[in-house]
Every structure is written in structure tokens, then in C-alpha cells.
Design a binder for this molecule. Structure first.
Ligand code: ZN
Length: 150
């Protein structure tokens, strides 16, 4: 079902509840029936929402890459590989995900369903950050899930 953010109207992304529970400051069990969505807009304070709930960036236990544009935010949450580390690797000649993983030594993957704030593989956001660091200015953030690890 198509949903937009209840605060800003940006088209939202449905997320699994495990991913949301892991990113919230408060220990909270979300009902299995509750459909949770994420707002991808960096300028909106609402991170996750459902019919009954609205969680803002103040209620997170970890910075989230699509809300926080600083360099110390994780892009790959399985490895705690940050945006700054990707930039540094690209500045040192890396052009692919594998090259960045080799350069940083951060190559743990496979826990995206629980660790990634969208409950999806980091691959597309990883590619986006590499393209940004290479100065290719990707215009569209691709939130589509991929099938490489989850
Ligand atoms: Zn929003």
C-alpha cells in the first residue's frame, strides 16, 4: 500500500519492526499487526511512523544515514562502516563496494534485516555514497531492496 509521511508528505518506505525496535532509545515491542513506515526525507524529524505511533530523530539510539548527513554515520550497519570511511577510501582510489570493504577491513555483512535502519541491505545506499564521493552526484536515492544478502 502506498503511504506518505504523516508530517511532511514524502513517499514513505515500509520497514520491518525488528529494524525499528533496534534503533529506538526506549525498549519497545511493536505489535506485529502494526505496519511501520520510514520517512526518507533528511529535513523531516519523523523517522518511523505507523497508524498509532510517530518516532522522531530524538528517540533514536543511533544516527540514521537518511536523516543525518554527517561523516560519522554508519552506511553499512553490519560493519559499522561510516560515510567518512567511505569518503576516505574513495579518496584513496577505491571505486567499488568490494574495494572500500578491502581498504577499510570492514567486511561483515548479512545482518541487515536487524541492523540496517530500513531493515534492508546497505548495498544501494553504499553505492550512492561511493558515487557522491566520486563526485558523480547521483540525483535519486535508490531505496529498493537488493538480493545480495537479505
Ligand atoms: Zn517526513
Amino acid at each position: 500500500m502506498f503511504q506518505v509521511c504523516i508530517k511532511c508528505g514524502t513517499p514513505a518506505i515500509q520497514v520491518n519492526k525488528e529494524a525499528v525496535e533496534n534503533k529506538l532509545e526506549k525498549e519497545l515491542k511493536i505489535s506485529a499487526r502494526d505496519k511501520i513506515y520510514a520517512c526518507p526525507s533528511a529535513s523531516c524529524k519523523t523517522v518511523y511512523f505507523s497508524k498509532e505511533m510517530n518516532f522522531t530523530t530524538d528517540e533514536l539510539n543511533e544516527a540514521i544515514f537518511f536523516k543525518d548527513t554527517s561523516d560519522d554515520v554508519s552506511i553499512c550497519y553490519c560493519s559499522n562502516l561510516t560515510r567518512g570511511e567511505i569518503k576516505n577510501a574513495v579518496n584513496n582510489g577505491c571505486k567499488t563496494i568490494d574495494e572500500v570493504r578491502d581498504f577499510t577491513g570492514k567486511n561483515i555483512t548479512g545482518n541487515c534485516k536487524e541492523q540496517n535502519p530500513l531493515g534492508k541491505c546497505c548495498r544501494n545506499s553504499f553505492l550512492y555514497e561511493i558515487e557522491q564521493a566520486l563526485g558523480q552526484k547521483p540525483s535519486v536515492f535508490n531505496f529498493k531492496p537488493c538480493s545480495c544478502c537479505c
